[in-house]
Structures are given as structure tokens and as C-alpha cells.
Design a protein around this ligand. Structure first.
Ligand code: GMT
Length: 367
């Protein structure tokens, strides 16, 4: 198939999923065209069937807000025409779904160009319910030829919030278990806790620092904080206030998190809400135990006490006691770590999930 993929290429989990999906589809022989405003990380594989088409948004003094959505629609139509794309697959509804709809209409006199919208989380839970975006988000979803969500939770929320009648297919996020794998030998030194996110308020990044301080009252551990965003400076400040600065490393944005996960023992994901929780899955593939919150789609991923933990949002004490529990009991740690890896391999590996996307594309193409 010839597939056009659009996403936010540099920021957030939806872009990671879209990029990995494109790479995996290309590895399976499809022709993949990324149509985005920046080159998604890791596209430099040298493969001939992976193409990148940049969307350029020209500014003009009259435009207080340069119309990216329109530039994207034009580029989508152009690329679809020139490379005879079979379909467009957009990740994150706003504004990609609207642009795809416009591109479809531009080509309509000549040919059919179906588009699929994959909903990832905040496009529905936050941005989509903003009154200024609600009607157009609903409209573009109703006009999508196919809609997928990354968890049952998201499917439920989408129906609840938008009351749309279109069928919604759940295709869960995935991980490449050949790339994300446990370390050959356990890492030396203080056990490491790891947090990976875009440091937005929904991630409750400050809780990571509080959990670190609580755990360190009993055993020495070090915290690695990967990513950047609005909560980074407040987290650094809190680390100083709590005397934790020597015990936490702020790494900033990382392109290759698969190299980081195997260094850690525990993943901290204290989020207010996660539609799926990709970082937890990536950790599990590396045999790292996720200590996460019981929210959104996370319970569809983690079986508490078996391959990770689900604790109440904001309950620093319970997160810390779970960490202490497994760090003090090597047999328990090892059993949970193996269960986490096994779940990633058997249910969420790319070899299991990518064929679901292929089958869905074929269904949509059959109309
Ligand atoms: O909030 C983020 O982490 C970014 C956001 C996105 O759409 O870029 O992530 C969402 O999509 C990820 C990949 O499908 C999911 O793993 C995250 O759970 C989801 N984030 C939220 O629901 C807050």
C-alpha cells in the first residue's frame, strides 16, 4: 500500500507511535510518506520506501495566525496525487483530521482518497472538548473513513464526549521488543528510577521528585528525568528545596529512550490521566517495572501486583511503598520484571499489532 502519515513529529507520544508505525509498515514493504512540518526523529534509516514531505507555512504580515491546517491540506492533496497514495492516516484529531478531509475533497472529482483518524488522548480529553474546537473535531471525526483509538478507555471517552455513531476500532499501542529489551547484565550502582514524558502538568512530574525523596528516606536510589516541558523548572526547584538535587538527573529530551530504559529498575508514571501510557509499555518491554496511576487506559496495560503497580493519583506514599516493596525483594522484582517483558512480547509487540493496522487499512480501502 502507499500510505500518507501525518502527526506531530517532534512532541509527545502520538508522534512516536505514528513514526514507529510508519517505520514498521515500511519494513513490511509498504510505501510510507510522512507529511509533517518537521522531520520525525529516526526517519534516517536510508530506506527507499520512506519519504518525508515537509509542510511549509509561509507567513505574511496580514496573518496573525499562519494557516498551518490549510498548508497541510494542500500538501496532503499534492503528495497523494503525485505518489498515488491509497490512503491518509492522521494521528491526533486536531487539526490533522480537518486537513485530511479538505485534501480528500480536493481530490474527490478525480478519485477516492480515504482517511483514517487515530485518537491518542488529549486530542479528545482536553483539546477536543475546548468549546472553540469541539464542533470541528466532531465534524472531522464523523467524516473520517475510519477511526481508531489506542485503548478501550479512549473509545468510551470518544463516544461519551462526542456522541458519534461511526464505528471505532481499538488498536492498541505497540513496542518493538527487539529494540526495547532488558539489559544483558544488571546495572551497577544505586538503583535507578526513571520518568519519561513531555513534562506537561497532566504528567504530575513533581510527584516523581516527592516519591524520590520518600524512597530515599529508606534506601538510596537515583532518579533519571527524561524529557522537557513546562514542569521541568518547577521540578528542578522542588528537587533543590527537598535536598534531592544530587540524587536526580534532568536529561532533557532524548531521541533514543530505548537506551535509557534498560538502565532503570522502576518507571515512574504518576500521571493525572493517560489514554494508554506508552512509556509504561516501553519500560515493560525492557523488564522495568512501572509504578503508575490507576487512570484512563493504564489498567488495560498493567495488571497490578503482577507486571506493575496502579496507585491512586497524587498518593506519593503508596507509590513509594510499592517501590520499596520490590526493591527490597529481589525474587518478587525478578518475577514481575519477567511478567512485564512477557506481556509486552505476547500482546503488544509490533509483530502482533502492525498486522491489525494493515488489516484495517485493507477494510477501509474496500470501502
Ligand atoms: O500527553 C502525552 O503524552 C502526549 C500525547 C500525544 O497525543 O502526543 O500522548 C497520548 O498518546 C500517547 C500515545 O498514544 C499515549 O500513550 C498517552 O497515554 C496519551 N497521553 C494522554 O492521554 C495524556
Amino acid at each position: 500500500m502507499r500510505i500518507g502519515i501525518t502527526c506531530y513529529p517532534t512532541y509527545g507520544g502520538s508522534g512516536i507511535v505514528a513514526t514507529e508505525l510508519g517505520l514498521e509498515l515500511a519494513a513490511r514493504g509498504h510505501d510510507v510518506h510522512f507529511i509533517t512540518y518537521a522531520n520525525p526523529i529516526r526517519l534516517d534509516t536510508g530506506a527507499e520506501n520512506i519519504h518525508y514531505h515537509e509542510v511549509e507555512v509561509s507567513s505574511y504580515p496580514l496573518f496573525q495566525y499562519p494557516p498551518y491546517c490549510l498548508a497541510l491540506a494542500s500538501r496532503m492533496a499534492e503528495v497523494a496525487d503525485a505518489y498515488e497514495l491509497d490512503l491518509l492516516h492522521v494521528h491526533y484529531a486536531i487539526p490533522h483530521s480537518i486537513s485530511a478531509l479538505l485534501a480528500q475533497q480536493m481530490l474527490a472529482p478525480r478519485r477516492r482518497l480515504p482517511f483514517i483518524t487515530t485518537l491518542h488522548g488529549t486530542d479528545i480529553t482536553l483539546v477536543g472538548v475546548d468549546p472553540s474546537y469541539f464542533p470541528i473535531t466532531k465534524f472531522s471525526m464523523e467524516r473520517s473513513d475510519g477511526i481508531t483509538t489506542i485503548s478501550e478507555y479512549m473509545r468510551g471517552r470518544t463516544r461519551e464526549v462526542f456522541s458519534i455513531a461511526n464505528p471505532i476500532r481499538v488498536i492498541r499501542n505497540f513496542v518493538n521488543c527487539r529494540l526495547y529489551k532488558p539489559p544483558a547484565a544488571p546495572c551497577a550502582g544505586e538503583p535507578k528510577l526513571l520518568h519519561v514524558s513531555n513534562f506537561r502538568p497532566v504528567k504530575r512530574v513533581l510527584d516523581c521528585v516527592r516519591i524520590l525523596a520518600r524512597v530515599r528516606r529508606e534506601i538510596p536510589v537515583h532518579l533519571l528525568m527524561a524529557g522537557d516541558g513546562p514542569e521541568r523548572v518547577p521540578a528542578e526547584r522542588l528537587a533543590r528545596e527537598l535536598g534531592m538535587s544530587p540524587h536526580v538527573t534532568f536529561l532533557g529530551k532524548q531521541d533514543h529512550v530505548e537506551r535509557l530504559f534498560p538502565q532503570a529498575r522502576i518507571l515512574l508514571m504518576p500521571s493525572e490521566l493517560e489514554a494508554f501510557g506508552l512509556a509504561a509499555l516501553e519500560a515493560m518491554a525492557c523488564g522495568v517495572i512501572p509504578v503508575a496511576t490507576n487512570c484512563g487506559g493504564v489498567p488495560e496495560l498493567i495488571n497490578p501486583g503482577v507486571d506493575g503497580f496502579l496507585e491512586p493519583v497524587g498518593d506519593v506514599e503508596s507509590h513509594a511503598s510499592r517501590i520499596l516493596e520490590v526493591l527490597r525483594d529481589e525474587a518478587k522484582y525478578s518475577a514481575m520484571s519477567q511478567a512485564a517483558r512477557q506481556k509486552a512480547e505476547t500482546l503488544f509487540d509490533t509483530t502482533k499489532v502492525i498486522p491489525e493496522y494493515e488489516a484495517y487499512y485493507e477494510e477501509i480501502l474496500r470501502g
